[in-house]
Design a protein around this ligand. Structure first.
Ligand code: CU
Ligand code: CU
Length: 343
């Protein structure tokens, strides 16, 4: 069984980087969930794009394009949802959101669909954002076919922690608590079996800003995730923000010298760790984002599931800067991207 799983992973990798990219992807889609598989030679091309960026074809990641009308990784990158804002009698800012759990197939590579469980139809769910001290109210409805909850990281009463009550299909529950402490947090379903509920796609990022905010920057959210497409307890596709190779095929455009702030979270299931390596620059690392002073100056961080850090850096020369998991296998299976710095 293990041998077959490796074969399928190799097939996907060979398909992505080899000359027969389209055939490889189609083959993966066909064998997905089946026991069929074949040994294939290691890819001849290197693990990273060899061709020009934005040129679709062999050597440039997965061949073809995902349908970005349903989920656009570039929009997700920059989208912060501050909720519906009002003021309580005591002067406290109230932020409210409505969230629905629904089942949906999500496209994780061109033509490769994953039968996800989602918050509002997207994986990851929306990025919720508030300022420390705000009152938060999340109206959760379960429109899916399985019981779910929303468990937020952070400080709050145990009854608002998303363990109990379990919200069954057709039921609702409202989570209400104050935003604390400031930092980079996450939310995810907490129904057993937990690895199943998380892996299926029920997770997202939850940012609590410090009262005075952070210095102005180009801000973006990156969630390191992965997908077990044949449900053998092993991932076949890796990404940041769900779509394999997306930011490699569509580099993230930035300005030379501008401050870039990445809210980075790891939710990868099945593999004990993931990591983030930036080429040709170094970043200041704010662990969990709970302090205003950085903890480290590095180009490489290793993260367990649920760990999240803020990364701040500048790119000082024009050109393309690669970033990827420093588990080479993850990079080869989709977790690689590019910044394009312009003057
Ligand atoms: Cu769940
Ligand atoms: Cu958690």
């Amino acid at each position: 069984m293990a041998k077959k799983a490796v074969s399928r992973r190799t097939l996907f990798r060979a398909g992505l980087w080899g000359a027969s990219g389209l055939a490889g992807i189609s083959a993966l889609a066909r064998v997905s969930g089946l026991s069929a598989g074949r040994d294939s030679a290691p890819p001849l091309a290197g693990p990273f794009p060899q061709g020009g960026h934005g040129v679709h074809g062999s050597g440039d990641g997965a061949v073809g394009e995902v349908d970005t009308s349903l989920f656009d990784p570039m929009q997700y990158l920059y989208h912060f949802d501050y909720g519906q804002v009002s003021t309580l009698d005591n002067g406290q800012t109230l932020r409210e959101w409505t969230i629905n759990a629904i089942n949906r197939d999500v496209e994780i590579a061109p033509g490769v669909y994953f039968p996800a469980w989602t918050y509002d139809g997207q994986v990851p769910g929306r990025t919720f954002r508030a300022t420390e001290g705000d009152r938060l109210r999340f109206h959760f409805g379960n429109g899916s076919s399985h019981p779910h909850t929303i468990h937020f990281h952070g400080i709050h009463p145990p009854g608002m922690d998303g363990i109990l009550p379990i919200v069954n299909p057709g039921e609702n529950f409202t989570y209400e608590f104050d935003a604390q402490p400031f930092g980079l947090h996450l939310y995810h379903c907490h129904v057993m079996p937990l690895k199943r509920h998380i892996h299926k796609g029920l997770y997202g990022v939850f940012i609590v800003d410090p009262p005075g905010g952070r210095p102005p920057a180009r801000e973006m959210v990156m969630v390191m995730n992965a997908f077990d497409t044949n449900f053998d307890g092993e991932n076949e596709v890796y990404a940041v923000n769900t779509v394999a190779f997306h930011y490699s095929k569509h580099p993230i455009k930035v300005k030379v010298g501008e401050l870039i702030r990445v809210y980075l979270m790891n939710i990868t299931e099945f593999d004990p760790i993931n990591s983030f390596h930036l080429h040709a620059s170094m970043y200041r690392l704010f662990r969990t984002g709970t302090r205003l002073e950085h903890d480290e100056y590095t180009d490489m961080v290793m993260m367990c599931q649920g760990e999240r850090h803020i990364l701040e850096f500048t790119l000082d020369y024009p050109g393309h800067y690669m970033f990827h998991a420093h588990q080479s296998e993850f990079a080869e299976l989709g977790w690689v991207g590019m910044f394009e710095a312009e003057v």
